[in-house]
Design a protein around this ligand. Structure first.
Ligand SMILES: [Zn+2]
Ligand SMILES: [Zn+2]
Length: 327
């Protein structure tokens, strides 16, 4: 058998059943492809709801504690509009990241007919996922939460209740960016509020009692600081992954690239759906230059989040290779 770097991280399973493509059920019918992508994972759904609640809490404090009682009308309108626009874009990006198919490989496509249609050269190896019975393209990984193989999977993010992969990375990057921006904006406003209100009478500065106001503002500060740090790090890691054309999993595995690396700018264009434009920052614009992704296609657009060594080992254990002897 040829030993290529591709094999280094994948167990070669020799169990005969994996060498029998007939064991796989045929791919799902076309009708099921049109349904909305949504992961039914209790933990992920709870995390996503918590995310929205935290944004709504921040919006409540910013509007009702700081801006509405303020006597500076222009300051309130400008900051209120800016904060709500950014918060809306953050939530829209969250919905797009959650409800977009991250690049799932068709389930059960490891059929005899499909493998034959790939017209493999003698000695060429294809990888079959024993969990979802699909032929894994290069750089795809099986996600145990989504129960699917995901092209260019970066990580599974419970906060967006979805995998971050080839097709939804843009929305995930925008989500981290807009959350970091509203966190920073909220911190600046809290800073100004404290500065002005210490000089004034506190009762005129907020419609709530001074202790309630202080508690609400401190909680907002804590939330904003935590999320500013977390989402800025995440945003930086994602952009770095896109520019270096290496997903979080590949970086953690320290995998030697078996794919042809694209330049940083090309990676950004691929991940964000075209040349630099306002569309890059718009969570409603679709990606229009993604590869059509046939089974063996090398997909495009990487990224990362924290993942333990055990989780990587779990990934690796699921990667089962079968060698197709086409003589
Ligand atoms: Zn799989
Ligand atoms: Zn997943």
């Amino acid at each position: 058998m040829m030993i290529t770097p591709l094999h280094r991280f994948r167990d070669i399973e020799r169990t005969p059943e994996y060498l029998q493509p007939e064991k796989c059920v045929p791919p799902p019918s076309r009708a099921s492809l049109g349904t909305m992508w949504f992961i039914r994972d209790g933990c992920g759904i709870a995390c996503a709801v918590v995310t929205w609640m935290l944004v709504f809490y921040a919006d409540f404090v910013v509007l009702l504690v700081m801006l509405v009682p303020s006597r500076d009308y222009v300051y309130s309108v400008i900051n209120g509009t800016l904060f709500n626009t950014l918060a809306f874009l953050a939530l829209a990006s969250h919905f797009r990241a959650m409800l977009t198919d991250p690049g799932a490989v068709p389930k059960g496509n490891a059929t005899k007919e499909f493998i034959e249609s790939l017209q493999l050269k003698p000695g060429q190896v294809v990888y079959k996922c024993p969990k979802c019975c699909s032929i894994k393209p290069d750089r795809a990984h099986h996600c145990s939460v989504c129960k699917r193989c995901i092209r260019k999977m970066d990580h599974h993010c419970p906060w967006v209740n979805n995998c971050v992969g080839e097709n939804n990375q843009k929305y995930f990057v925008l989500f981290t960016m807009y959350i970091a921006l509203i966190s920073l904006h909220a911190l600046i406003m809290v800073g100004f509020h404290f500065l002005y209100c210490f000089e004034e009478d506190w009762t005129k500065c907020s419609s709530f009692s001074p202790p309630t106001t202080v508690i609400l503002l401190i909680l907002l500060c804590f939330e904003a600081l935590l999320f500013l740090i977390f989402t800025s790090v995440m945003f930086g890691t994602q952009v770095h992954s896109i520019c270096t054309d290496e997903t979080g999993i590949e970086r953690l595995k320290n995998q030697k690239p078996t794919w042809e690396k694209i330049s940083g700018w090309e990676g950004m264009k691929l991940a964000f759906g075209g040349a630099l434009s306002l569309g890059w920052f718009n969570p409603f614009s679709n990606l229009n230059c993604q590869s059509p992704a046939p089974a063996e296609a090398v997909a495009a657009a990487p990224a990362s989040e924290i993942m333990t060594q055990e989780e990587i080992e779990q990934f690796l254990a699921r990667d089962v290779a079968i060698q197709m002897l086409h003589e």
